[in-house]
Design a protein around this ligand. Structure first.
Ligand code: ADP
Ligand code: TRP
Length: 321
């Protein structure tokens, strides 16, 4: 199975990105043909500072490698190193009805939150469709918020194929049921663009400070507490299994502890969980040339795979003449 996902280098990677996508990708590497890329063109919808975008692109690549994307198993590259994706983006634009984009939740949510609405934000799903379709992806692991974008890619591909035959592979999304949407510290979807993240590789004290800001119900210390809708619990459960999870539920129900205690516990569990990854990250952070080399090789591999598809598309659409 050909599995592909991308992530925007628009800020520090957070635990929503990890459990929503990265972890699935690392698992998928074991038995699939996997493609992972850093979506730096997409990040331009929110990062318009050149120095910052290039710095975040390398940071994101470093983090991906630390978290287990293995370049021997996955094709791993930076989106802008395979320019054919922009060509396909334009071609697909002519197969994208305006109404399809006008219905996109992500665009509506972002503009409702005051993010400036511009053309790239609006046409974002078409570039994402190009990412997916250029590589013949069959499965796209994403967080729940991105399902609609994969559906848009399916619609565009279907429209294209209706005219020219079975050229594009129709992709399917894959969402980790038990993860779905990881809440941010304000209880909304955790997102780099919403300023509510708990990042993966923060400094220990800062991490704890962020965790202490997680919004919780106001219940007296001695009272039993609800865990189902608690933002702290909903983050902690991502890191816990079996008895450890049941024990945390009991602590909520028992009363006698405040949310502050659960926050400290969450901080500790999380710190431990990412320990091994922090060590790997340090290695790649100190060997940035190696990271660049990995990305170059990845881009060549990705382009080789993309070329037959884009050539076929140029031919049927009359762009090659
Ligand atoms: P962000 O919203 O922080 O900018 P991205 O849009 O770059 O994150 O998302 C990268 C991947 O991580 C996507 O597949 C997305 O669905 C997933 N993801 C992002 N936030 C969450 C979340 N809060 N819960 C689950 N998955 C998420
Ligand atoms: N839009 C995705 C997100 O914000 C990132 C992305 C870009 C992507 N291109 C992709 C994800 C292709 C999967 C497949 O999360």
């Amino acid at each position: 199975m050909r599995v592909l996902t991308g992530i925007q280098p628009s800020g520090d990677l957070h635990i929503g990105n990890y459990f929503g996508t990265i972890k699935q990708m690392v698992e998928a590497q074991k038995t699939n043909e996997t493609f992972a890329f850093i979506a730096n063109y997409h990040a331009m919808t929110s990062v318009l500072d050149g120095d910052r975008l290039s710095q975040l692109t390398m940071q994101c690549a470093t983090d991906f490698l630390a978290l287990g994307i293995n370049p021997d198993k996955s094709t791993f590259w930076v989106q802008s190193d395979v320019k054919e994706v922009l060509e396909l983006y334009w071609i697909l634009s002519s197969y994208t009805p305006m109404g399809l984009l006008e219905r996109a939740h992500s665009y509506k949510d972002k503009t409702a939150r005051g993010i400036a609405s511009n053309h790239s934000l609006f046409s974002y799903p078409v570039l994402m469709a190009a990412d997916i379709l250029l590589f013949g992806s069959e499965v796209v692991p994403v967080g729940k918020d991105q399902i609609q974008h994969v559906e848009i890619a399916r619609d565009i591909a279907t429209k294209f194929n209706n005219q020219y035959g079975d050229i594009l592979t129709i992709p399917e999304f894959r969402v980790q049921e038990e993860v779905q949407t990881v809440p941010g510290i304000d209880g909304q979807k955790m997102s780099k663009s919403y300023g509510n993240i708990v990042n993966i590789f923060g400094e220990e004290k800062k991490q704890m400070k962020t965790i202490k800001k997680i919004v919780t119900e106001n219940v007296a210390m001695e009272e039993p507490k609800e865990f189902e809708n608690c933002n702290v619990y909903n983050m902690a459960k991502l890191f816990l299994e079996g008895n450890n999870l049941i024990e945390l539920q009991k602590r909520y129900k028992r009363g006698g502890e405040g949310h502050g205690h659960f926050k400290i516990y969450l901080g500790e569990v999380m710190w431990e969980y990412f320990k091994e990854y922090r060590e790997k990250r340090e290695y790649f952070a100190n060997n940035q040339d190696e990271v660049r080399e990995i990305l170059n090789i990845g881009a060549s591999k990705a382009r080789e795979i993309a070329l037959p598809t884009i050539e076929k598309i140029r031919s049927v659409t009359g762009i090659s003449y």
